[in-house]
Ligand binder design. Structure first.
Ligand SMILES: [Ca+2]
Ligand SMILES: [Ca+2]
Length: 212
């Protein structure tokens, strides 16, 4: 094997190995994004200003009336973060799929503890609704101006901040976090990467064997 061919073989093996790693990254790491809406300036002058602890989120980047989108199919976990409201609001996962209905209630859900998950949620706009006072006729979903949103810096989580009365602009009346669950790489991904490494090893052994 001449030097040029060897270099080509090593290049191909490296490329294969790196492509395997890149595919794993692309396929298994969907992200959240926000589209449309407006910058949300939380009303901190009210006595009931935003008082829900939300580490990991920069509320100065919050928006309202935005759509929350998922870039690829993912497993999602919803967690009840907290509330500042006398109203018994309800949050529901209505219509991820026809039968995926789980919910939180201001009256019974426990901050940081109550949660539910779904696997293989489709890419696109997420479906969910806040119900003011639990009234099914008073629903505010993805893209509604009563829903504030902010993404974590890694775009793996989003905060959904409900404002049950339109005018006070506090967006703290029911707060939900939705997170993409970190996927475990598929066995085929490992096989692809190991295949690339095996070729590299074979090339190296061959070079060594050919040395006089
Ligand atoms: Ca409010
Ligand atoms: Ca409030």
């Amino acid at each position: 094997m001449n030097t040029l061919l060897k270099k080509l073989a090593i290049g191909l093996a490296l490329g294969w190995s790196m492509a395997g790693a890149a595919m794993a990254t692309v396929v298994t790491s969907p992200t959240f994004s926000l589209t449309g809406g407006n910058h949300l300036t939380l009303n901190t002058n009210r006595a009931n200003a935003f008082d829900v602890a939300v580490p990991g989120f920069d509320l100065s980047h919050a928006r309202f009336g935005s759509f929350l989108n998922l870039s690829g199919a993912a497993d999602l976990t919803f967690t009840f973060v907290g509330k500042e409201a006398a109203y018994n609001n309800v949050f529901s996962s209505i219509s991820f799929r026809p039968f995926d209905v789980e919910s939180f209630s201001n009256a019974t859900s426990v901050p940081g503890v109550s949660s539910f998950s779904f696997s293989d949620v489709n890419a696109g706009k997420l479906n969910f609704s806040f119900f003011s006072q639990g009234n099914l006729r008073s629903a505010f979903g993805n893209g509604d101006s009563r829903v504030g949103m902010v993404l974590s810096s890694d775009k793996q989580s989003a905060l959904l901040m409900f404002n049950d009365k339109a005018k006070d602009h506090d967006y703290d009346d029911m707060v939900i976090k939705v997170s993409i669950m970190t996927p475990v790489p598929e066995p085929e991904t490992y096989a692809l990467m190991l295949g690339g490494l095996a070729v590299l090893g074979a090339v190296a052994r061959r070079r060594k064997a050919q040395k006089p």
